[in-house]
Design a protein around this ligand. Structure first.
Ligand code: GLN
Length: 187
């Protein structure tokens, strides 16, 4: 199994490290052809407007969208979640529109920019420490979307078939369980 991590922008190195710790071969994806080499893709946290702009510029946008609609597994964290969402409600920006969720950018950032909190995740035996950094909030989701975790009544980890999204940063902890969950989606 080889997993791609989008290296367009953001904290892709941390995702790479995490996946390598789990014994997976990683390719940093920067061009459309790279997608042919991998069995799944992680889109990291960072700056979603920059990411979408560059993805279009290097022609990754169209190919990735088509791939995902044909079942290619993808996991977006924070800005990556914004990129995969159907709609961004508080900014005028495009997205890949492959998971039926509506997000509000920087929604937790108004009170405190960053925080950590223990959450319950469906199927995980013990609590999970989630790290939030200027995180997007899910403000709506469709019937086909499964909510795997919530924080203060908002979903923070969601899945629709081959698309997994988290508003927090699993790559910034030592806990490998969320990445393992994604790898099981790829297998
Ligand atoms: N606020 C960023 C955005 O909207 C996301 C923050 C993050 O990825 N940590 O792009």
């Amino acid at each position: 199994m080889k997993i791609g991590v989008s290296g367009i922008q953001g904290d892709f190195r941390e995702h790479k490290q995490m996946l390598e710790r789990l014994g997976v071969e990683v390719l940093i994806v920067r061009k459309p052809e790279d997608l042919d080499e991998v069995n799944g893709l992680v889109i990291p946290g960072g700056e979603s407007t920059t990411m979408i702009r560059i993805m279009k510029m290097v022609n990754l946008y169209e190919k990735l969208r088509e791939r995902i609609s044909n079942g290619f597994p993808v996991f977006g964290t924070c800005a990556g979640m914004i990129l995969l969402s159907k709609e961004v409600v508080n900014f005028k920006q495009d997205s890949l529109k492959v998971i039926d969720i509506k997000v509000e950018r920087n929604a937790y950032g108004r009170q405190v920019d960053s925080f950590e909190t223990e959450v319950e995740i469906k199927g995980f035996e013990k609590a999970y420490k989630a790290v939030f950094i200027r995180a997007p909030k899910v403000v709506g989701y469709g019937n086909d979307v499964e909510v795997l975790s919530t924080y203060e009544n908002s979903p923070i980890l969601l899945r629709q078939k081959n698309v997994l999204v988290a508003s927090f940063h699993p790559e910034l902890t030592d806990d490998t369980r969320v990445h393992k969950y994604f790898l099981n989606m790829v297998k």
